[in-house]
Design a protein around this ligand. Structure first.
Ligand SMILES: N[C@@H](CCC(=O)N[C@@H](CS)C(=O)NCC(=O)O)C(=O)O
Length: 380
């Protein structure tokens, strides 16, 4: 029998969802162990240098942390029959855009619909959070540990810009997103055509473990965006479901010169929702790097965030946490485009300009973000 990989995670974890879906779709034998377990706490956390999920342990005992790093590891061994990295210039750029936006740009609805509807969600969340608690705590111990964990997550929601002043706008904006994605999925089984790409896996993080699993947003998605719900099922299963859209797509991605209007509409959404935020974060980081130039930033241990910055989001002045990890994902987009020859760059730029996103292609931090020992670091 083949020794399985181990996925350390949690059913309700945004980033674990992305990895689990990939491993299922690509028939990688694995068992999932709850992150509250003894082995994770005692053996894995010290090696990945912080409490964070997902972590994958290979049959040979090698550890990988970070959803994108894990997917890259599997792709390097050609685990997927059709690579999740499109080969054509425009499709690949769009895939990286949604890898970034999916993983990092939908945290407001993901956190709002989890943490601000206690009357509907709380019994479910108390139960699902048992995945990150040690065994044997008993009802009182579990209740206290849940209060501690959920208290941290409620604070994280605020750090992503979810406050009573923004609740209504978060809901309107998410409804707009759902409407656009639902319309897009009426013509295509996956974001970019006939098979999933890194863009789908990015979006799947918020859209399944939070928004298609917690009771409040699950109901909202099923009743207002059934095709998006269907896509979450498609993404999360090992078998292929052949329906009319799958037949028509015939396993192919969109051609670079035939981008559907519904995909452009989703890109316009990204421009409205996220461009100002990522721009403000890059500007904050460049000032931060300038101020911290006497100490060698590449020797610093970076926390998840390096500070907070404010910007205008849909008419609200909001303040959100600046997280270097996001630049690691942004670089994947900008590196790809910078590496293209001039005519291909122009093709990508034309689509990004048409959808209001061209400035994202020129956003750069003055030092690159890399990963070492499972942590983000500023490169030399
Ligand atoms: N960039 C990381 C993010 C992982 C992440 O934030 N995981 C959450 C759970 S969904 C976590 O471990 N949070 C614990 C914490 O921040 O204390 C990845 O893609 O793996």
């Amino acid at each position: 029998m083949i020794k399985p990989h181990i996925l350390y995670g949690m059913a309700g974890s945004l980033y674990t969802g992305k990895v689990r879906a990939y491993m299922r779709q690509n028939h990688i034998p694995f068992v999932e162990q709850k992150a509250g377990g003894k082995r994770f706490t005692e053996q894995i956390v010290p090696k990945v240098n912080r409490w964070i999920i997902p972590v994958v342990e290979t049959p040979g005992g090698e550890l990988f942390q970070d959803g994108t790093v894990i997917l890259d590891h599997f792709e390097a061994s050609a685990a997927s029959e059709k690579s999740i990295y499109p080969q054509t210039p425009v499709m690949r750029a769009v895939a990286h855009l949604f890898e970034l936006f999916g993983g990092e740009g939908l945290l407001r609805p993901a956190m709002h619909y989890r943490w601000n509807f206690d009357a509907v969600n709380l019994p479910f969340l108390r139960d699902t959070f048992r995945d990150v608690l040690p065994d044997g705590l008993g009802p009182e111990g579990e209740a206290a540990a849940f209060d501690h964990a959920s208290g941290r997550m409620r604070k994280a929601a605020v750090a992503f810009g979810v406050t009573p002043e923004t609740f209504a706008t978060v809901e309107e904006s998410y409804a707009d997103f759902l409407g656009r994605f639902n319309a897009h999925l009426q013509q295509t089984p996956f974001l970019l055509g006939g098979h999933p790409t890194i863009g789908d896996f990015g979006l799947f993080g918020p859209l399944y473990p939070h928004l298609a699993r917690d009771p409040k947003p699950l109901h909202l998605m099923q009743t207002s965006a059934p095709r998006v719900f269907r896509w979450t099922e498609r993404m999360n299963m090992a078998e292929t479901f052949i329906d009319e859209e799958m037949e028509q797509a015939d396993g192919k991605l969109f051609a670079d010169d035939k981008i559907p209007g519904t995909l452009k509409s989703l890109m316009e959404f990204v421009a409205d929702e996220y461009l100002r935020e990522i721009t403000a974060h890059v500007e904050f980081s460049n000032e931060w790097l300038e101020k911290n130039s006497e100490v060698d930033p590449s020797k610093m241990r970076l926390g998840r965030g390096i500070g907070m910055t404010s910007f205008n989001w849909r008419g609200h002045e909001i303040t959100t946490a600046v997280m270097p990890y996001r630049f690691f994902l942004l670089q994947r987009l900008t590196d790809w485009v910078d590496g293209l020859d001039r005519p291909d760059q122009q093709l990508v730029r034309a689509l990004f300009a048409e959808t209001g996103l061209e400035p994202i292609l020129d956003l750069k931090t003055s030092r690159r973000v890399e990963r070492k020992n499972h942590l983000e670091i500023w490169a030399d």
